[in-house]
Write a protein that binds this ligand. Sequence first.
Ligand code: AMP
Ligand code: MN
Ligand code: MN
Ligand code: MN
Length: 277
Amino acid sequence: MNPIDLHSHSTASDGLLDPAAVVRRAADRGVEVLALTDHDEVCGLLEARSAAEERGIRLIDGTEISVTWRDTTVHVVGLGIDPHEPGLLEGLQSIRAGRDDRAKRMGESLAQAGIVGAYEGALRLAASPRLISRTHFARFLVERGICRELKDVFRRYLTPGKPGYVRHAWATLQQAVGLIRGAGGTPVLAHPGRCRISQTAMRSLLGEFSDHGGSAIEVVTSNHTPAQAEAFAALARQFGLAASCGSDFHGPGESWVDLGGVPPLAPGLKPVWHSWA
Ligand code: AMP
Ligand code: MN
Ligand code: MN
Ligand code: MN
């Protein structure tokens, strides 16, 4: 158990639990500091905050911004943002704006592969019609019995070269870091081990990220192996970045680990929360 979990999702994006339920589940599992970090969205934070006050846990206002960097998608988590800051709200809205059109095209691409009604099905599964993601399509394909579980969907569909994949231009790295900084938050490069880029490209990414004002990376996350956690700890030290940890929880039975389920940060790293009041 780790009392600090700085990455989680609710129905405000592609999580399965509503924001209050995420907070209550975290509290029940012994989490003391929780960040709710919905994709390109902050609308769950108000509900999460009242649940956190009720249960006496500390809620960190967060979001996870989708970024296109050199042809690949990377995610930047913002921690301790002001969820009312107009520049952030406007920026997130414009990042979300392309999702519906992208989803329609994903539906068309799946239809060409013989899977009809996927857009409508995914939309039905998206609790918040403000945000439709590949996760909702993946759940629909599982519901239809086309795949057994989410990771099978992403192996066969929805990823580059596979049916249902649609290229999309998200925010730039500089925009994402700027939106988070502008809202008083800390930009954190999310799950770097999931970026399918070379080691050289990773070093360029980290260099650009910190040049733009990025200040931390997730060293410990549910999809990092112990070897990856060690490698990214070394990169954090080399690039002078603080370290973060989080489960990237999406829902019971659907995530690799539950809330508070990732191991603690190794000693010798500068935890991202050390600079917070
Ligand atoms: P989107 O922002 O619409 O491109 O959707 C990205 C989301 O898809 C991620 O945040 C994950 O929740 C989910 N996802 C991506 N790859 C996988 C995978 N291999 N297994 C399960 N979920 C995945
Ligand atoms: Mn997600
Ligand atoms: Mn992510
Ligand atoms: Mn996430």
